[in-house]
Design a protein around this ligand. Structure first.
Ligand code: NAP
Length: 492
């Protein structure tokens, strides 16, 4: 089925931090893709803002370079790139100062009625100053929206402060807290599988689901993000946002529609039903680790401490958790969550493991009957596999095999798999907040995370070492094996 283009009116995208890594690697290529597909109407504008006085031509030159680097080769078209670049301009502005704002105001003058999206692709310490600057300059028109990226705070208190600052200028329905995991095709498909099929929903509860696993594994180290990462760690960087959002979509009750608040109300209930993990549970329910030197991506790699140039840091680069949701649907079903850097491979996936059959009618020697698993893979190779038992074809008696029903969409539909940012950036223009986090969700997530951080701090235990290129500390394997389960492996 061909892609459907939902038309939008001409708009202005103002990207603060428009010359940074996020803008060059993700935002501008995503906007280019939408432009290439004819979704961005003529007259739309993109204004990149940064301190360096760059000028339009220099900016366009560096965006061209970035597009050539980050677009898939078959998407590069010099003529289309020229047209796209002609809608982009630069304004030099230090958001902490007064200069530059009048130029921005002048650039936007006369377009007060149109959709105006401010994307804050800068550090979170600048969210407040930028929103206040937008307010002072009178740029927060009724049709304006603001997009903010993680990290939204480093704990509940700081998240509230960020939300207050943003909320002092923009109403909640103008604030788009982006989590690009929610824009991924597979995450969208999770909603389709759950709510557009009668098959799964009757099984989607503690009577039939044995446990759920969510893994977000990276094979890279911290690289140039060490400064930020060392203050954050895996729990804040990955679990508080991406992993808890995925958990919400798996565990939430069916919303009455796809309306943004209907979905977000249900997600919020899940966050509030998470069983707190405090000092008494910290040993049994959490494992934190930090990578030592090892081998990754085919070569020797340094330890985390060597990478960040500090012998002292106790920041975790790996975390595994055993979470529980205290409600009727999920009571007693463990949700095992793990994420880390320098792990054995780069993979993000959700595994819904169903219960074993109650009784086998098959004779000994038929093969092990494994339980059904639904595996949603977010990266790489987005797709869904339903693992089932079948009879091995051919003669030789009843021999059973565990095989995946492969529902990989890109291959099946021969469709280009769009980057999550393509969907989300245009959702902002359309004013659709379904895939964005509401303020109370972010704060509820921190309310669950904060006691874990406190308990770790009080315990004084350092993170457990693990060798780069492995699946984390052995304690993470013990965490799930204590319950008689194992982390999912592709072989089934
Ligand atoms: P970056 O490469 O350091 O870029 C920062 C941008 O902000 C540059 O354009 C910089 O330009 C501009 N800037 C900095 N201070 C400014 C100021 N006072 N006034 C105006 N502009 C200013 O950072 P990034 O990797 O793009 O990340 C930006 C934010 O997004 C960070 O909070 C990061 O954690 C978050 N994030 C990044 C990614 C990613 O993939 N990179 C993913 C998720 C979240 P000048 O220096 O010229 O001012």
């Amino acid at each position: 089925m061909p892609q459907r283009i939902i038309p939008v009116e001409p708009f202005d995208y103002i990207v603060f931090g428009g010359t940074g890594d996020l803008a060059y690697r993700k935002l501008l290529p995503a906007l280019f893709e939408r432009f290439r597909d004819g979704q961005i109407p003529s007259g739309s504008r993109i204004i990149a803002i940064s301190r360096r006085p760059l000028g339009d031509d220099a900016l366009r030159g560096s965006i061209r370079t970035a597009l050539l680097e980050y677009l898939a080769a078959d998407r590069v078209d010099a003529g289309v790139i020229d047209c796209f670049l002609s809608m982009i301009g630069h304004i030099g502005l230090d958001v902490r100062g007064e200069a530059g704002w009048p130029e921005l105001k002048a650039a936007l003058a006369g377009a007060e009625e149109r959709i105006r999206a401010f994307y804050l692709a800068v550090g979170p310490d600048l969210f407040g100053p930028i929103c206040l600057g937008i307010g002072r300059a009178g740029l927060a028109t009724p049709n304006a929206r603001v997009v903010i990226e993680k990290p939204i705070g480093s704990d509940l208190e700081s998240a509230r402060a960020v939300n207050e600052a943003v909320g002092s200028v923009f109403a909640e329905n103008q604030v788009f807290r982006i989590d690009h995991y929610l824009g991924k095709e597979t995450v969208q498909n999770l909603m389709a599988l759950r709510f557009a099929n009668a098959l799964y929903e009757p099984l989607w509860n503690s009577a039939h689901v044995d446990h759920v696993q969510i893994t977000v594994a990276e094979s890279i180290g911290v690289g140039s993000r060490g400064g930020y990462y060392d203050h954050a760690g895996a729990l804040r960087d990955m679990v508080q946002n991406h992993i808890l959002q995925l958990l919400c979509l798996i565990a939430m009750e069916p919303p009455d529609s796809l309306d943004a608040n209907a979905v977000r109300d249900e997600k919020l209930k899940v966050l509030k039903a998470l069983k707190p993990i405090g000092e008494d549970e910290i040993q049994g329910c959490t494992v934190r680790g930090q990578y030592r030197a090892g081998a990754s991506n085919g070569g020797a790699v340094q330890s985390y401490l060597e990478e960040i140039g500090s012998a002292e840091s106790t920041t975790e680069t790996f975390v595994a958790l055993r979470a529980e949701i205290c409600n009727w649907r999920w009571a007693g079903v463990p949700f095992y969550l793990r994420t880390g850097k320098r792990l054995a491979e780069r993979v993000s996936e959700i595994v819904v493991a169903f219960k074993a059959i109650p009784h086998s009618i098959f004779p000994k020697g038929s093969g092990l009957i494994r339980s059904n698993r639904l595996v949603l893979r977010l990266q790489p190779d987005e797709g869904v596999k339903q693992w089932i038992m079948i009879k091995d074809p051919g003669l030789g008696g009843m021999r059973l095999r565990h095989v995946p029903l492969d529902m990989s969409f890109a291959a099946a539909f021969q469709a280009r798999n769009p980057d999550a940012y393509e969907r989300l950036l245009l959702d902002v223009v359309r004013g659709n907040q379904t895939l964005f986090m509401r303020r109370d969700e972010v704060e509820a997530a921190w309310s669950w995370i904060d006691p874990i951080l406190d308990a770790w701090e009080h315990s004084g235990d350092p993170p457990r070492p693990y060798t780069a290129g492995t699946w984390g500390p052995s304690a993470a394997i013990a965490l799930i094996e204590r319950d008689g389960r194992t982390w999912h492996e592709e072989s089934g």
